[in-house]
Design a protein around this ligand. Structure first.
Ligand code: SF4
Length: 343
């Protein structure tokens, strides 16, 4: 009996045991003590064990150390040896334990009943149903839908789908398709690059919230901290950070300058800056054919200033600053990549 229950009993009965039953105070529920005779591998009761693993809360894949006591994970911290997060974690990574212990998580297989409502199944029932359905649909088109799976589980699903004539479909709610397509157009490779924020001299973000949700937020926070501080390993210069977008995000709040654009016009500002850089020969010259083609495609600042909501003079200044930095990094994403022109 715990202290609280003991005091409740005392208060309710005033010492009269006969009144206890009237207060609905019954005996403690029976529990069983199970000796740790054969503990799991590497587990010593009372002593924490740490496992190196990977955060799966977003596609960045930060390195983790999972602290385990008596077979249960009780804390996650960043792995200092991970080249991505270097010992740090974002709040999503810290909260990943909720996937194991949140009382609202889905703990059982479920299926819709005749009334259209979700109903819990036993594992035996669920596996039996799955086997029957797969047998029936084999060769007729089966899709196995997962999140981004790059490890052995992904390979297992691929191999299984190949065996039964199905498809492995990857669904990412925060996919970066505009970025992939932009890289395919520019470099011929449909890939997501890794950006070197740490060594940038001038950072220009067109809507990319790289310190919150974009690509690898913890890794980019680390790198930005290095670029945006008087770091001893740099040559004493501090990168300027300009954020372009209609909304001041958390990332934008760390910027030295916020350029407010009308929603969906960020790409026009980028094109106008490129036009200034080309026209004023602020970058190495292009081939005559490329220069002629781009001059035709790129609008001048005066032409788009009204649509974007930014003065032409400011666009010219940004272009000149960016080119003069001799180490500018321009990234685009987030809301700026959600329009038809996002790529
Ligand atoms: S950025 Fe955050 S959510 Fe993504 S992998 Fe790293 S710790 Fe996990």
């Amino acid at each position: 009996m715990d202290r609280r229950r003991f005091l409740t009993v005392l208060g309710a009965t005033g010492g009269a045991a006969a009144a206890a039953s009237a207060c609905d105070i019954g005996p403690e529920p029976t529990e069983h003590l199970v000796p740790y005779v054969v503990p799991p591998e590497n587990q010593v009761p009372g002593i924490a064990t740490y496992y190196a693993t990977t955060c799966r809360e977003c596609a960045a894949g930060c390195g983790l150390h999972a602290k385990v006591r008596e077979g249960r994970v009780i804390k996650l911290e960043g792995n200092p040896e991970s080249p991505i997060n270097q010992g740090r974690l974002c709040s999503r990574g810290q909260a990943a334990l909720q996937g194991l212990y949140n009382p609202d998580r889905i703990t059982d297989p479920m299926a819709r009943g005749a009334n259209g409502q979700w109903q819990k199944l036993t594992w035996d029932d669920a596996i039996g149903r799955l086997q029957a359905q797969v047998k029936q649909a084999r060769g007729k088109g089966i899709a196995f839908v997962t999140g981004l799976e790059s490890g052995s589980f992904g390979e297992l699903v691929d191999a299984w789908m190949k065996e039964i004539g199905g498809r492995h479909v990857t669904y990412e709610p925060f996919a970066f398709e505009a970025l992939r397509e932009g890289n395919r157009i520019a470099f011929g490779t449909s890939a997501i690059p890794s950006y070197d924020f740490a060594n940038a001299r001038y950072i220009l973000s067109f809507g990319a919230d790289f310190m919150e949700t974009w690509l690898s937020p913890v890794g980019y926070q680390n790198a930005f901290t290095r670029a945006h501080a008087f770091d001893a390993s740099r040559d004493g210069s501090m990168a300027k950070f300009v954020f372009v977008g209609p909304r001041l995000s958390l990332t934008g709040m760390s910027a030295d300058e916020w350029v407010v654009t009308k929603p969906g016009t960020e790409f026009m500002l980028a094109l106008a800056m490129a036009q200034v850089i080309l026209t004023e020969r602020l970058a190495p010259p292009l081939t005559p054919a490329d220069a002629a083609r781009l001059q035709h495609l790129l609008p001048g600042p005066e032409r788009i200033a009204g649509s974007v909501g930014v003065e032409a003079g400011k666009i010219q200044r940004l272009a000149r600053e960016f080119a003069a930095s001799k180490g500018g990094l321009a990234v685009a994403g987030g809301i700026a990549a959600q329009y038809g022109s996002g790529a």
